[in-house]
Design a binder for this molecule. Structure first.
Ligand code: PLP
Length: 437
């Protein structure tokens, strides 16, 4: 039995603190992506030295069971030996050519086989690029400008997508960030998630100007919000009726909720799909694809321009191929589900024993514990969470050697490298952290 009290007293973050100060001098906020900075939970980020399997190790020599997994991609766990071996061998052959390779065909085929809604797929370098490009293609295809997104759904940081709703279901977008022209945001309509009537109302009025509806079929960027029965079906029906392109942003849910993503899990066929995270196996990859007639719009087959110097990069393709090959093996998702169910049960039990009101949600191998007693089904209900309490819980977990995302509004992830022992330790740490939070 590991003595967590002992662990906690031993833990120091001195070196991380020192490096964070150095980083802040040369990198905005000291990080290359904002949420890494621990702003939502207080304290300073830990600097990582290495990772293996279910564990990451920081520069001070502390080790953590990791449920962040690079924000989702590392479903096999860190530094899977097969992926590492394949990457080494690929690097020996050169890291980029700017010309086609057979690796690109191989990954495209793996993706299309798993996602029957996609006839063709284009590789890019990030989820942001995937959604940005998919929307451009949907606009080119429909010759319409407006897009509909949902409150709390994150689709990367492209200008027209950094928009939330104001009050009222049909409010036209106001940019979330300085630097986004109002005129871009005006083409983005934001609606509440899980409310098909709000969508019907807008579409009745605007149907001739709406190019696409884009959503996270499970909203992982406000934790883990599940679609209510009938919501995705209603979206499919309305968009089909008016020739509006339905885009599933499965950057997080793809190969995560199930091998075939949320579209397999909920049995809904979108017109276009965006992927990222898991398909890169920890290297920078994004992808978008869809029906033949839509994807034939993409340059050089069609007139909609989209390009990338490093797109389809051989190292990135190799990591993706190896990851998907292992994932598509027998029983992998069954194992992941079993581990997730064990964690779910343990965390719910720990909260009850500690007398803390929480709500736990899970879709396949992604999950979230909200510090609220209300049902969470959209942005506003997610916001009922006690974020101060979450922050204390986060710190308690970190001190006990468990790394969860430093924000209440992020999903947790399971990997094939996690063991039942990891989960037992996590649940014990959670109980102790909840009691003191
Ligand atoms: C992470 C994420 C993105 C953005 O992907 P990046 O690779 O960070 O650009 C887009 N959509 C969803 C649903 C995501 O989870």
């Amino acid at each position: 039995m590991i003595d967590f009290e002992h662990f906690q007293k031993m833990k120091t973050y001195r070196k991380s603190q020192k490096y964070f100060n150095q980083a802040k001098a040369v990198i905005p906020g000291g990080v290359n992506s904002p949420v890494r900075a621990f702003k939502a939970v207080g304290g300073n980020p830990i600097f990582i030295a290495k990772a293996k399997g279910s564990r990451i190790y920081d520069v001070d020599g502390n080790s953590y069971i990791d449920y962040v997994l690079s924000w989702g991609p590392l479903i096999l766990g860190h530094a899977h030996p097969k992926v590492v071996r394949a990457l080494k061998s690929a690097a020996e052959k050169g890291t980029s050519y700017g010309a086609p390779t057979t690796l690109e065909i191989e990954l495209a085929n793996l993706v299309i086989k798993a996602y029957p809604s996609m006839d063709k797929v284009r590789m890019v370098n990030s989820g942001t690029e995937a959604t940005m490009s998919a929307i451009r293609v949907a606009r080119g295809f429909t010759k319409r400008d407006k897009i509909i997104k949902f409150e709390g759904c994150y689709h990367g940081h492209a200008d027209g997508l950094l928009v939330k709703a104001g009050s009222g279901a049909t409010t036209f977008g106001i940019p979330d960030s300085p630097g986004v022209p109002k005129s871009y945001a005006q083409n983005t309509i934001t609606l509440p998630f899980n409310d098909p009537n709000a969508l019907r109302k807008v579409i009745d009025r605007e149907r001739k100007s709406i190019a696409c509806v884009i959503l996270e079929p499970v909203v992982g960027n406000i934790g883990c919000v599940l679609p209510r029965p009938g919501f995705l079906e209603a979206l499919r029906e309305i968009t089909e009726k008016y020739g509006i392109v339905l885009i599933f942003d499965e950057v997080m849910t793809g190969f995560r909720v199930a091998y075939g993503g949320a579209q397999e899990y909920f049995k809904i066929k979108p017109d276009m799909t965006c992927l990222g995270k898991v398909i890169g196996g920890g290297l920078p990859v994004g992808a978008y694809g869809g029906k033949k007639e839509i994807m034939s719009m993409v340059s050089p087959e069609g007139p909609v321009y989209q390009a990338g110097t490093l797109s389809g990069n051989p190292l990135a393709m190799t990591a993706g191929i190896e990851t998907l090959k292992i994932l598509s093996g027998k029983g992998t998702y069954k194992k992941l589900e079993k581990l997730c169910a064990m964690l779910e049960e343990g965390l719910i039990d720990a909260a009850r024993k500690a007398g803390v009101k929480t709500r736990f949600y899970r879709a396949g191998t992604m999950f979230c514990t909200y510090f609220t007693d209300k049902e969470v089904f959209d942005y506003n209900t997610a916001k009922t969470s006690d974020t101060a309490r979450f922050a204390r819980f986060f710190t308690g977990m970190l001190n006990r050697g468990v790394n969860i995302a430093p924000s209440q509004f992020e999903a947790g992830f399971m990997s094939l490298a996690h063991s039942e022992k990891d989960i037992e330790q996590t649940v014990k740490a959670a109980y102790e952290s909840l009691r003191e939070s």
